[in-house]
Design a binder for this molecule. Structure first.
Ligand SMILES: [Fe+2]
Ligand SMILES: [Fe+2]
Length: 283
């Protein structure tokens, strides 16, 4: 995924945030370090396992949650856009402590071998907010917004044996969980298909021998590659990106501006396979 495309998509989703939401996002990114966020992978090996993979995956989750809300939002209480966007962009923020990316590769940190990013992410948000209460108050950041963001971090893996101490208990948290699964599984299956030959029926052997073969029907049907106009949501986001680039997206965190630089500094890394994590769920 080109860095320029991710920068535009980042600007578009951040542009949906209120002033309070942008402030909270900036506070968390300031606390963990924007460069660290931009470099971090989303997983050791399952999906988006590359430098910058965390931001890529997080943008997809935010976009996916927004798309779900646009489809299912009806005549009931509206979905909270700040919750959806912040939840998407920060649901895996705990990976900044659970994992590390360095010249050796992508691997689990010492802390991450015994603690999970769901609870670590909630802790990061709490600490980031505790460090600057005046900034929170000045921006009008609601305690509910903070508490919900922590709930998203803790619940997005759905159940305890997948690493979540609690299940999603809000509609927004449920959408984050579903979008998280969609982003992770789509990328995993796409990567598997890209590295395997297909037989006549479009079946591909999984790149990772532990998983089942992947079925790509479009290969058997000889469908053309998906174009950029496939998603109405994407079209809307592109429009918003254009709006943002004209200056409407005030206070967009500098991660947006520095994304291209970080990508340029990115190095190829070797995914370490000598450590089997204590769990297999890496969404
Ligand atoms: Fe996760
Ligand atoms: Fe995730």
């Amino acid at each position: 995924m080109p860095a320029e495309t991710l920068d535009a998509r980042w600007a578009a989703v951040v542009g949906r945030l209120t002033h309070a939401g942008k402030t909270l996002l900036s506070m968390v990114l300031d606390h963990v370090g924007e460069d660290a966020y931009l470099r971090m992978a989303a997983a050791e090996r399952m999906h988006h396992a590359c430098v910058g993979g965390l931001r890529w995956h997080s943008i997809e989750v935010a976009e996916g949650a927004l798309a779900l809300a646009s489809v299912f939002e009806g005549d009931g209480p509206p979905a909270c856009l700040d919750n959806l966007v912040l939840g998407g962009l920060l649901h895996d923020i705990g990976k900044l402590r659970e994992m590390q990316v360095d010249t050796v590769g992508i691997r689990r940190s010492v802390e991450g071998r015994s603690r999970y990013h769901t609870t670590l992410g909630s802790e990061i948000i709490a600490v980031a907010c505790a460090l600057a209460p005046d900034r929170l108050e000045a921006a009008g950041v609601s305690p509910t917004l903070i508490a919900h963001l922590q709930h998203v971090c803790e619940s997005h893996h759905l159940q305890k044996d997948w690493g979540s101490p609690t299940a999603p208990q809000s509609r927004e948290a449920m959408f984050i969980h579903l979008a998280d699964q969609a982003s992770a599984k789509w990328r995993q299956m796409t990567d598997d298909a890209a590295t395997a030959s297909a037989d006549d029926g479009g079946w591909c052997g999984a790149a990772d021998g532990r998983r089942s073969p992947v079925w790509i029907p479009s290969r058997a049907l000889n469908l053309p590659p998906v174009g950029t106009s496939v998603r109405p949501v994407g079209t809307e986001l592109e429009h918003r990106a254009e709006t943002a680039s004209r200056g409407a997206a005030d206070e967009v965190p500098s991660a947006t501006e520095r994304g291209a630089d970080a990508a340029a500094r990115s190095v190829s890394v070797v995914v370490l396979r000598d450590h089997v994590p204590f769990h297999q769920q890496e969404d």
